[in-house]
Design a protein around this ligand. Structure first.
Ligand code: ADP
Length: 867
């Protein structure tokens, strides 16, 4: 047996092999230790007394799903090896085969996947130059998309619910390690490099979709090789694991570069789109608070939309008009949503049906879902909604009445979850099945009659008919009555207190009952398989229905949200304007106990191109910055926005960076990270981008930071550059002076009131610069000891009274300034000669200098300063 085990294990060295032995799945050697560690089962050993005991750990077969869940959570790939012949009939060793391999990113069973998000396996094919190819494949729904762009693997992981990443086997250990550290929730696997070979990948796709070329998927165009390669590798990986054709994958979408508003990793994190700063999903994230959908498909589409919002004006306006109509007609919307709730997770049920991983009970659910789709298609165009997008999407679908009717007629109403037990096919479906069943049923009646007759004939009152698997049907008679047993009874078995017999009549009945039951079982299996094939034949329309339903659900969900939180319809156009009145932060406003103070934003890419925001800590700067970005994102995702009105010139990218964010996980200094992120923005931004910077330059010394923040601001506003619409929050008040020098730069501040030495945050944004930081006030609110606060106030007073003299308008190292530079703003606590003196003081080696030399040095410095 161990030889058989080792041979099979040798074929699947990278997977944890669960080896079926009777009622258990066993593991041996290292796998046993891994299983014991991750699933918390006891580690024992086989042949414990020998010199080479074999470590052993197992799980009961009926609890497989529970343990599978734990193993996948731990990032393991699991191979399930079953006994593929009946042990009772086997000659010698039972034949065993691996029937399925499940990896964390390719699981399908409902117990193993989260309904709210997709479960993507991402194939990543980076290239030394040019954009890398990516492909996302969700085995549980069949969703399959690919694209190519200059991005990082981390960004792709943040953008989509990626559970597993596969890359070429040549990827270095160091690289794998870096990814694993940066994304602990994702499993990274290296796979056969041949799968990433462009020609092999192409063939994989062509063979799977049974097409002559990939033109229909947009992959035949020049330069689409990276996307195509990644897609081929992803599909090949899935079929290698499943050991069969992934039938649920019916189409492949190509996401063309520039077609979507994509956010990079940092921006998604800063805006807390999918995860909070702490890394949690759920409350606090944008997706959680703007989710008005009622089906898992709608919810997953919302995720996808936020990750890849729209940029096409027609598409956007179509969505906004659709949402508007749904907002205006609440009864219609409510009626449709009630039907939607009954559709449930059609997409995943369809994928399970396509791959044969569906039991009778779930198949009935699928029937119910399809019936609901028909109802939805009938209800959507009612009233004046004939031209509503929802009606249009559903209209394209063929009716599912026949299919759902057939499912309901065929599968019994209270059908069990699996086909292991019998009775899941309804009565009246098949004449022969009915006959077999009634024969089996009749025989039972017959047996009861026989028992009564034999009691009568023999005079044994407690004679009874029994059944077991080995001996079949028998009469059981207790020892007390054995003397009354007639000749025609043949003894089969002797027990302690009784004996078992049969008669010719009983044998005959037994044969016909068992035959009927066997035949009924066979018939049920065949009928179920036929039904699955019928569902499979309609897979295309069913999948299309699932996608249509997802869109309808999302559109109505946006409408529901709009009504619930008073969101308004944004106007998207191709201008460079961004005009928001009464804008709110969609998440903060829902979490805040107090009222949220709405604020306006006006950017136009010309006269108001860079908004420079100052104000005390806790004033609301970060909230304001993010709300601007989130309103744009929501609008371009197709929804209404938390504002009184919004006019949005379509945005191609949103960049946000927060200064000195902790990114220690990557082992780079925070300041380095901050600067490399800023560099990324400055290289990638375009005229249509929205750039949001929060306290950039904070992670270094004041002068460095100020200089960098200054130079970055100038670059954003550079007339020869792309000049993206930008909002920049900073605590370098010196920067506000730039308003006079740079055209298009406008100062904004967050209003505060001082009252009896205290500070009141009004959270209103208004024009102008804030000249005080109120740092000490904020520290008081935070509960710093009074003594410390008084001392800080005294220090501040003396510092403020100190010298503030002129500096050149531009800091060293920047190019020549405009003429206005002559009016030299004040930028520093110290003038140049003082800074030189300080620098010299820092360099002084106090361990070596003699008292006399020290005195001479002081005289020299003093003279310089006096000069
Ligand atoms: P800053 O970035 O200036 O330090 P934040 O944006 O972090 O300030 O805001 C501090 C707190 O003020 C937030 O946690 C929020 O509770 C509150 N706040 C911010 N903006 C508003 C607003 N517009 N209306 C009401 N409360 C707000």
């Amino acid at each position: 047996m161990l030889a058989q085990y080792l041979q099979i294990k040798g074929e699947h060295p990278d997977a944890l092999l669960l080896f079926r032995m009777g009622d258990f799945y066993e593991t041996f050697f290292d796998d046993a230790k891994v299983l014991a560690d991750t699933a918390g089962v006891t580690l024992t050993s086989r042949d414990a007394k020998s010199d080479h005991p074999v470590p052993l750990a197992g799980v009961p077969h009926h609890a497989l799903d529970t343990y599978l869940h734990r193993l996948l959570e731990a990032g393991l790939t699991v191979a399930i090896c079953e006994q593929v012949e009946d042990p009772a009939l086997a000659q010698g060793l039972v034949k065993r085969e691996v029937v399925e391999i499940i990896s964390p990113g390719t699981a399908m069973a409902p117990e193993l996947v989260n309904t709210a998000t997709g479960v993507y396996c991402l194939a990543w094919a980076p290239r030394r130059e040019g954009p890398g190819g990516w492909a996302l494949l969700d085995a549980s729904t069949g969703d399959f998309r690919c694209g190519q762009e200059t991005t990082t693997l981390e960004s792709l992981c943040e953008r989509h619910a990626v559970r597993e990443v596969i890359v070429h086997e040549d990827t270095t250990d160091g690289q794998m390690q870096r990814w694993r550290t940066a994304r602990p929730g994702v499993v990274f696997n290296r796979v056969n490099g041949a799968w990433f070979h462009p020609e092999f990948a192409r063939r994989t796709l062509i063979d799977h979709f049974q097409v002559a070329g990939l033109g229909a998927f947009g992959l035949e165009e020049e330069g689409r090789e990276p996307a195509c390669t990644a897609a081929g590798a992803a599909l090949r990986y899935l079929s290698a694991l499943n050991l069969r054709r992934p039938e649920q994958v019916t189409t492949l979408g190509f996401v063309a570069p520039g077609d979507r508003l994509v956010l990079d990793e940092e921006t998604l994190r800063n805006l807390e789109v999918f995860r909070t700063f702490r890394g949690d999903r759920g409350a606090g994230t944008l997706v959680h608070h703007v989710d008005g959908t009622v089906t898992p498909m709608g919810r997953r589409l919302l995720e996808q939309r936020l990750a890849e919002a729209m940029t096409d004006l027609d598409e956007l306006n179509g969505w906004h008009a659709g949402v508007a109509a749904a907002v205006d007609d609440r009864p219609w919307r409510t009626a449709l949503r009630a039907i939607l709730e009954r559709v449930g997770d059609l997409e995943r049920l369809a994928a399970r049906a396509a791959t044969g991983r569906i039991g009778p009970a779930a198949l009935r659910q699928l029937g119910g879902a399809l019936a609901a789709v028909d109802e939805l298609a009938a209800a959507a165009p009612s009233g004046h909604h004939r031209n509503h997008p929802a009606a249009g999407w559903l209209d394209a679908l063929t009716g599912f009445a026949d299919l759902s009717g057939r499912i309901f007629r065929t599968v019994a109403e209270d059908a069990p979850a699996t086909v292991r037990s019998s009775g899941f096919i309804a009565d009246g479906v098949d004449g022969e099945l009915d006959r077999c069943r009634s024969l089996a049923g009749d025989s039972r009646g017959f047996l009861a009659g026989l028992q009564a007759r034999e009691r009568e004939a023999t005079g044994i009152g407690n004679l009874k008919v029994g059944f077991n698997k080995v001996f079949g049907y028998y009469f059981e008679i207790t020892n007390k009555h054995l003397d009354k047993v007639p000749e025609r009874f043949q003894q089969k078995q002797t027990l302690v207190n009784s004996a078992r017999f049969h008669t010719d009549e009983l044998k005959e009945a037994e044969t016909s009952i068992l035959e009927a039951e066997d035949r009924a079982g066979e018939l049920e299996t065949t009928i179920f398989a036929d039904l699955l094939a019928a569902v499979g034949a309609q897979l295309g329309p069913v999948v299309a229905a699932a996608r249509a339903v997802a869109n309808v659900d999302l559109m109505l969900g946006f409408a529901e949200l709009a009504e619930r939180h008073d969101y308004r319809r944004p106007l998207c156009d191709d201008s460079l304007e961004l005009e928001i009145t009464g804008g709110r932060h969609p998440v903060v406003e829902q979490l805040l106990e107090a009222d949220f103070i709405p604020n306006d934003t006006v950017l136009d890419g010309v006269g108001r191109q860079v908004l420079l925001l100052t104000g005390p800590n806790m004033g609301g700067k970060s909230t304001y910055l993010r709300q601007v970005a989130l309103i744009v994102l929501l609008a371009q995702a197709g929804g209404f926005v938390p504002a009184r009105s919004a006019r949005i010139g379509v945005t191609d990218r949103i960049f946000t960076r927060v200064g000195a964010s902790d990114n220690l996980a990557r082992g780079e200094s925070t300041f380095y990270v901050e600067m490399s992120e800023a560099a990324h923005i400055l290289h990638q931004m375009s005229r249509r981008s929205l750039v949001i910077l929060d306290e950039i330059g904070r992670g270094t010394s004041t002068y460095d930071g100020l200089s960098l923040a200054w130079a970055i601001t100038e670059f954003l506003a550079d007339r020869l550059g792309p000049r993206p619409r930008s909002v920049f929050a900073t605590h370098y008040h010196e920067l506000t002076e730039l308003e006079d020098q740079i055209e298009g730069l406008v100062n904004l501040q967050l209003e505060v009131k001082e009252w009896e030495g205290r500070i009141i945050f009004l959270h209103t944004v208004r024009p102008g610069r804030s000249d005080k930081s109120y740092g000490i006030h904020v520290a008081r609110l935070a509960g710093l000891p009074e003594g410390v606060l008084h001392r800080a106030e005294a220090i501040l007073a003396s510092l403020s009274a100190g010298d503030r003299r002129d500096l050149p308008a531009r800091l060293p190292g920047t190019e020549e300034g405009p003429p206005a530079a002559a009016s030299a703003p004040q930028l520093s606590l110290f003038r140049e000669s003082e800074r030189d003196a300080l620098a010299a003081l820092r360099e002084l080696d106090l361990d070596r200098i003699s008292p006399v030399d020290a005195f001479m040095w002081l005289v020299k410095i003093r003279t310089q300063l006096d000069d």
